[in-house]
Structures are given as C-alpha cells and as structure tokens.
Design a protein around this ligand. Structure first.
Ligand SMILES: NC(=O)c1ccc[n+]([C@@H]2O[C@H](COP(=O)([O-])OP(=O)(O)OC[C@H]3O[C@@H](n4cnc5c(N)ncnc54)[C@H](OP(=O)(O)O)[C@@H]3O)[C@@H](O)[C@H]2O)c1
Length: 306
C-alpha cells in the first residue's frame, strides 16, 4: 500500500484529503502539533504523528517508507489585523515547515518520489484582467511575496532527485468551515451582498475537486511542476454574491463598501477580500483532469442545499 505523509493534514483541506486518500487505498499519516486531538477526529486507519517544528524524530522513520509528502502547513492568513507579529507567523510558519521537510528528506536514506507543495493563487497578486496560467508572473504585495518564498522553501528537494509539484490553491469551497461558512452568514440574515467594487475575480474550487486533483497529481506518471488548483470558470465577486443569494433564496443587495473593508481590515482586507485573480487551471486541463464542479452554480447547489 502506498504511504503518503500529509503535514498540516488536520485542517479544513487536510482532514478531507486524508480521509479521501485513505478510502482510495493509500496508507495516510498526518503530521500535527497535537496528534492525539487530530487522531480522535479521523477514522481509525489514519495515523497521526507529532509535528514538532525542526525536530523530525517522530516521523523520520515513516518518511523512509513513504512515496509522497504533501505539505499543507501554514498559519491562517485570515487573522486580523495583520500586525507585524501575525505577518511574521504567516510567513515563517510556512518557511520553517518547508525547511524542516527539506532537512528530513535530506536525512532519509530512501527518499519519497514526490513532494506536493502548497501555495495559493495569491501568488499572482491582485490581477483581475489577465487570464493567469501557471506561466504568469508573480504579483506584488505581502501575500504574493509569502507565496513566492513559500514555493521556494522546498525547492532544494528537486536537486535530490525528487519530483516537486506546487499547487496554487484558489478559494476552497466546502462544508463546515472555510470562507463559504463566513460568507453565508449575512445572506442567511437577509443582509448579504458583494464586498467592495465586486469586480474582483474569485478563483474558487470545490473541496471535492481539490482533493481529487491532488490524487490526480499523485497518480500522474509525470507530475508537472506547477498547477493552478482552481475551477476553470472563475467569477467576479458580484456574480459570486448573486449566485450565492439565488442558491440560498436570499437577496444579494447589501454591498459592503470598499472603504469600510479598508477601515476595518486594513492591509488584510485589501489583499484578501478586495483582491482577485483571474486564474485558470491550465496544467490540470491540459493533463486531462475532469472537474466535477465546473460552474459556481453547480458547486454552491451541492454545498448549500445540504
Ligand atoms: N482553504 C483555502 O481556501 C486555501 C486557499 C489557498 C491556500 N490554502 C493553503 O492550504 C493550506 C491548508 O489550508 P487549510 O484551509 O486546510 O488550513 P487550516 O485549516 O488552517 O489547516 C492548516 C494546518 O496547518 C497546521 N499549522 C498551522 N499553523 C502551523 C504552525 N505554525 N506550525 C505547524 N503547523 C501549523 C495546523 O495543524 P495542527 O494544528 O494540527 O498542527 C492546521 O491543521 C494552508 O497553508 C493554506 O494557506 C488554503
């Protein structure tokens, strides 16, 4: 049975990914700072081991017999205000995790064949006009800088003879948590609507497609270096709010002005809710990955009617 290690596998994406890979026939090991708590939330065939910053002793043995490592670790970027201390945590949680994984792989006698390194479509900065494929240039701003350094943090494994695939994840839509839960709240109270100008592009992806795309990469004979993991039809914030309102059978007329977002959330609001990327999953499409949810209407109908 192929063994897969998921660092940061206890969160919104990782816990679904771990269960999905486990039921798909893989042996899954999750690394967490609190392995007891993480293991209690999983089915019994998933093992959780201690992630202890730079000390890799708890999982070094497991690494020797693993074929794939997936690195999802990162402090939540939605914390605000973005004080210097929070920004430091957002950046260094990612860089330290990358460095630790590189060190552990360096020490291993039997190296895995593939590292899947997380990044985000925020790599492209705020760019709503150009169609952004994996070849597009990095943007500017704090999050774009974080993504660039985050991607680079595990670069060294390529010189150890391993494949490395970077997944630039879009806005993940799933039940229980994530952005959708927060966004639905005002709509349910009949005060929902778009935020800011509404022209910002949202490169959304249904969580089921994200985890299936990760499996697709794992099972690819020749995994590529860069993947935009977002659905093929990104929408503007205005369209997102309209479709969400329609799906929930609620109005979508209460626009939150840009100025209010800037006043309340500052730099964090500017770089997340008010920023967009017109990103498309060119590598996945070219490689033949078939999205289950290609339109936002299909994705939201699945997620909000449950
Ligand atoms: N959700 C999205 O829409 C989205 C979009 C683009 C990119 N991403 C990226 O994808 C990754 C996973 O996202 P997610 O939504 O599943 O995030 P999440 O729910 O916050 O989970 C992240 C996991 O990383 C671990 N972690 C957090 N801070 C850490 C630290 N300082 N040191 C060590 N481990 C730490 C946590 O595990 P323990 O507490 O168990 O140790 C946590 O379960 C993140 O890096 C995120 O930035 C997510």
């Amino acid at each position: 049975m192929m063994k897969i290690i998921i660092a940061g596998g206890s969160g919104f994406i990782g816990r679904y990914l771990a269960e999905y890979l486990s039921t798909s026939g893989y042996e899954v090991i999750v690394l967490s700072r609190n392995p007891q708590r993480a293991e209690a939330a999983f089915s019994k065939n998933i093992t959780c081991l201690l992630w202890d910053d730079f000390n890799t002793s708890a999982w070094q043995d497991a690494l020797e017999s693993s074929e794939v490592v997936i690195n999802l670790i990162g402090e939540n970027v939605g914390q605000w205000p973005w004080t210097d201390q929070i920004k430091h945590k957002i950046l260094f949680s990612r860089l330290h995790a990358g460095q630790t994984i590189v060190q552990a792989i360096h020490k291993a006698n039997n190296k895995p064949r593939l590292l899947i390194q997380t990044s985000a479509t925020g790599y492209y900065g705020n760019n709503n006009k150009d169609e952004l494929t994996e070849d597009s240039a990095a943007g500017s701003g704090f999050l774009a800088d974080v993504c660039r350094q985050w991607e680079y943090s595990t670069n060294e494994v390529e010189s150890m003879g391993m494949n490395r695939s970077i997944i630039r994840i879009g806005l993940v839509l799933g039940r229980q948590g994530g952005l959708l839960k927060k966004t639905m709240f005002p709509f349910k109270l009949f005060v929902g609507g778009p935020v800011g100008s509404g022209d910002q592009m949202l490169p959304w992806i249904h969580r089921d497609d994200l985890i299936a795309a990760i499996r697709f990469i794992i099972e690819s004979k020749h995994p590529k270096k860069l993947y935009n993991t977002c659905a093929p039809n990104p929408v503007t914030m205005n369209t997102f709010a309209q479709i969400l309102g329609k799906t929930l059978k609620r109005p979508s007329v209460f626009r939150v002005p840009e100025l209010i977002v800037k006043l309340i959330f500052g730099e964090m609001g500017r770089e997340t809710i008010l920023s967009g990327q017109n990103a498309v999953p060119k590598t996945l499409m070219d490689a033949g990955y078939k999205f289950k949810y290609t339109t936002l209407t299909e994705a939201l109908s699945d997620l909000v009617t449950q």
